[in-house]
Design a protein around this ligand. Structure first.
Ligand SMILES: *[C@@H]1O[C@H](CO)[C@@H](O)[C@H](O)[C@H]1NC(C)=O
Ligand SMILES: *[C@@H]1O[C@H](CO)[C@@H](O)[C@H](O)[C@H]1NC(C)=O
Ligand SMILES: *[C@@H]1O[C@H](CO)[C@@H](O)[C@H](O)[C@H]1NC(C)=O
Ligand SMILES: *[C@@H]1O[C@H](CO)[C@@H](O)[C@H](O)[C@H]1NC(C)=O
Length: 469
């Protein structure tokens, strides 16, 4: 009976529409791959994370929370003006994909896009009104408000309705001020606007790389990405995409990039909507593109350069100074209790690098995509720096507050609702002396590497001269 049906199915397939049997509609996938590197929506990123969040993560027996330091990335944004020309080209790319489909000139009909996906694409148009007046998308704005409310619900004793319990630090850009507004509305609702909430506007602090000439000069950061792009596994991906879209030649890398951008923007702007551009990619393609971007961020902001640990040290320094004032004996009730710093993906990644977290034992390179360690890498921007991705450090005071000798402090470190794994800590909770030992920022000079380079070089020269002399 079963065999008979299979046989019948095979005959029907071969007679009626061979390709129809093998076509897969990606827009109808119940379990699509949604980790899009630095343009991953927070909800998709944490969906992947929730696996093992301890339920009682935030309550520490015998202790009470006395302050919180939070560093958060902005919510999803519109494309930059510089990206617009490329995204606008997608109207033409779309037309040629639809033409390919109509002409039916596929090299491999078994690999082509399914009809439903093509018809969704046919309806797609580049909307210029997307590119726009507001810095954050509506989703980005709402996600920032949600983030604020979520933390207020966790620590109502810190996130009070008194504006003097807060200090915000952010930059001058539109997306920074918009994020501040969204975050403060998340806490104070409509009253936020009327309150004079304490704030510090400091571009150098929130975007240290933008104010570091040595970092800007260091423009060899895409080397490993280029290697990866020249490898078979990357070219094979381009080949598969080209065949799927009905091209008789390999699609150029810039078009693939534009399609990927549009796919992940669509999903970040409207999490629940289907993007026909995502149908262009298989899960394996998306994982390769994700790795390609990780290679980029690893060398721009991460452990790919030894200078990046110091470039982000201003954040760590700021956090340590904030806590330091609050762990002194005979401490008086101190305001602010909450410090929120708003930054971009670079700022968040640099801060995590300065914390020496998410560090892999082997460096990410263009050659090791298929190794097990890289497949399970810690440096994965989809998970550590999605939109509204954040790091929180909560200071707990423990023991008998009346007895200075018995009291001690602990700091709980959380990244995107996951406890940070660190030596001397238990599920993200670290004794204050361990924190001090680990994050000593006495030597913090964020943009010092140009000079460090030349002094090392000079020392070497002098040593050589001495050897020969
Ligand atoms: C801004 O931040 C930088 C780096 O943290 C710091 O050196 C500088 O003093 C700050 N400027 C102001 C006006 O606070
Ligand atoms: C890298 O930066 C240097 C110094 O700013 C510049 O002369 C050089 O052209 C740049 N190279 C590339 C590939 O952008
Ligand atoms: C490309 O397609 C071939 C044949 O279907 C498949 O074996 C291979 O895994 C695909 N590669 C990628 C990167 O998806
Ligand atoms: C705390 O310890 C110091 C030195 O060990 C001692 O002199 C002091 O009396 C202690 N204070 C309390 C409140 O126990």
């Amino acid at each position: 009976m079963v065999i008979w049906c299979l046989l019948c199915y095979a005959i029907v397939c071969s007679l009626v529409a061979l390709s129809a049997c093998q076509e897969t509609c990606r827009t109808a996938d119940d379990n699509p791959y949604l980790l899009f590197g630095t343009k991953t929506a927070y909800a998709f990123s944490t969906d992947h994370n929730v696996r093992h969040t301890p339920a009682l993560l935030y309550s520490v027996p015998g202790c009470y929370a006395s302050a919180i330091w939070l560093l958060a990335r902005y919510g999803s944004q519109r494309p930059l003006d510089t990206e617009k020309p490329q995204l606008e080209l997608l109207d033409y790319v779309k037309q040629s994909i639809v033409d390919n489909y109509n002409n039916g000139n596929y090299r491999h009909t078994g690999m082509r896009m399914c009809e439903a996906d093509v018809s969704l694409l046919r309806q797609w148009r580049y909307k210029d009104d997307l590119v726009a007046r507001t810095a954050l998308t509506e989703e980005g704005y709402l996600a920032t408000q949600r983030l604020a409310r979520q933390w207020r619900d966790r620590y109502p004793e810190l996130f009070t309705y008194n504006q003097h319990d807060y200090l915000f630090k952010f930059g001058r850009e539109h997306r920074a001020t918009t994020s501040f507004r969204a975050f403060s509305e998340g806490i104070f609702r409509k009253e936020a606007e009327a309150l004079d909430i304490p704030r510090e506007i400091n571009e150098t602090f929130v975007m240290p790389h933008k104010h570091c000439e040595a970092w800007e000069r260091d423009n060899d950061t895409l080397h490993q990405l280029r290697i990866f792009q020249s490898k078979h596994e990357y070219k094979e991906m381009i080949g598969n995409i080209s065949r799927r879209l009905g091209y008789n030649f390999e699609v150029d890398a810039a078009s693939v990039r534009a399609m990927y951008q549009m796919c992940r923007y669509n999903k970040a702007w409207e999490n629940g909507n289907i993007s026909p551009w995502c149908a262009v990619f298989s899960k394996e393609d998306l994982q390769r593109l994700e790795y390609a971007e990780d290679l980029e961020t690893y060398y721009k902001y991460g452990y790919g350069s030894p200078h990046h640990e110091s470039l982000g040290c201003g954040f760590v320094n700021d956090m340590m100074a904030f806590f330091d004032k609050r762990v002194q004996p005979n401490e008086l009730p101190q305001q602010p209790r909450v410090q929120v710093t708003l930054t971009d993906e670079a700022g968040l990644l640099l801060a995590l690098t300065a914390m020496r977290t998410f560090r892999d034992r082997v460096p990410l390179t263009g050659d090791n995509y298929h190794t097990a360690t890289i497949q399970q890498r810690a440096w994965r921007s989809s998970l550590i720096a999605p939109y509204t991705g954040h790091m929180a450090a909560i200071l707990y005071k423990c023991g008998n507050p009346a007895d200075a000798n018995s009291s001690n402090h602990q700091v709980l470190f959380i990244v995107n609702e996951q406890p940070l794994q660190m030596a001397d800590c238990r599920v993200g909770l670290c004794p204050w002396p361990a924190v001090q030992g680990r994050l000593n920022t006495a030597a913090c000079r964020p943009c010092n590497h140009a000079r460090a380079h030349s002094t090392q070089y000079m020392a070497l020269l002098i040593a050589l001269v001495h050897l020969h002399g």
